[in-house]
Design a protein around this ligand. Structure first.
Ligand code: ATP
Ligand code: PRP
Length: 218
């Protein structure tokens, strides 16, 4: 009997950038999640389905085996911790950088002298805490869920830790990036038990993704 396979994806850029990889593996989504309210989307294979979850929830679905594998940003994976997840492949999609940014004109160098104290707003409390701890800077962390760029403009924080791609959002809000924390791209995350139990179904897909990723990089 063919084993059922569940793939966790988030709407938006990850879904869009994953479609060509799925296509290379002969998997076509039956519907576009942007146009449908369905959270479980079928494919052209009776045994393969897509579940549409928040980007930050992909590791959780895979960790608990509710999805066999999924695609998640490195930012989300660092923040989550990656417990129980096998991460065989950097898919080199949804590329951006994790940065520290401040209001233009803010004296960041003076603000991050060892022993100083800084108010930092971020959706990534673990990444922010670790970054500033490594510099010996104490921070008061303000957890946000989006629109981080607003925080320094209204006096909620001195700095933000957020993703930067084109730099347009920073520019539009009179902010500047002052430190690079990590390069980010999306990874394939696989449930370790599922890989063992469904090896014959999952491994060929990983192989095709690896080949398609290598080709698009060359
Ligand atoms: P959530 O719904 O959980 O709040 P989100 O809104 O951050 O998540 P997306 O904006 O779709 O979800 O981002 C998904 C992933 O894409 C992020 O985890 C990150 O790895 C990457 N990403 C985020 N912003 C950018 C960007 N501007 N350019 C390229 N990649 C990005
Ligand atoms: C991400 C990130 C920045 C923006 C950076 O937001 O949180 O705000 O992209 O991209 P840029 O450097 O190209 O301007 P996103 O577009 O995902 O919006 P959201 O966080 O509201 O989902």
């Amino acid at each position: 009997m063919t084993k059922q396979l569940t793939i966790a994806l988030s709407k938006g850029r990850i879904f869009e950038e994953t479609l060509p990889l799925l296509s290379a593996a002969g998997i076509e989504a039956a519907e576009n999640p942007e146009e449908s309210r369905k959270l479980i989307i079928g494919t052209n294979h009776d045994n393969i389905r897509l579940v549409i979850v928040r980007a930050t929830d992909v590791p959780t679905y895979v960790q608990y085996g509710a999805a066999d594998f999924g695609i998640a940003g490195k930012d989300v994976l660092i923040e989550h911790g990656g417990d129980g997840l096998y991460q065989p492949l950097d898919l080199k999609i949804a590329k951006c950088r994790m940065m520290v940014a401040v209001r233009k004109g803010f004296d960041y160098a003076a603000a991050v002298k060892p022993g100083s104290r800084l108010r930092v707003a971020s959706k990534y409390p673990n990444i922010a805490a670790e970054h500033f701890a490594s510099k010996g800077v104490h921070i008061d962390l303000i957890k946000l869920y989006g629109s981080m760029e607003l925080a320094p403009l209204v006096g909620l924080s001195d700095a933000i830790v957020d993703l930067v791609s084109t730099g347009n959002t920073l520019k539009a809000n009179n902010l500047e990036a002052v430190e690079h924390i990590a390069d980010i791209s999306s990874r394939l995350v696989v449930n370790k038990a599922a890989l063992k139990l469904k090896y014959d179904t999952i491994q060929p897909i990983i192989d095709v993704f690896a080949e398609a990723t290598a080709q698009s990089a060359s």
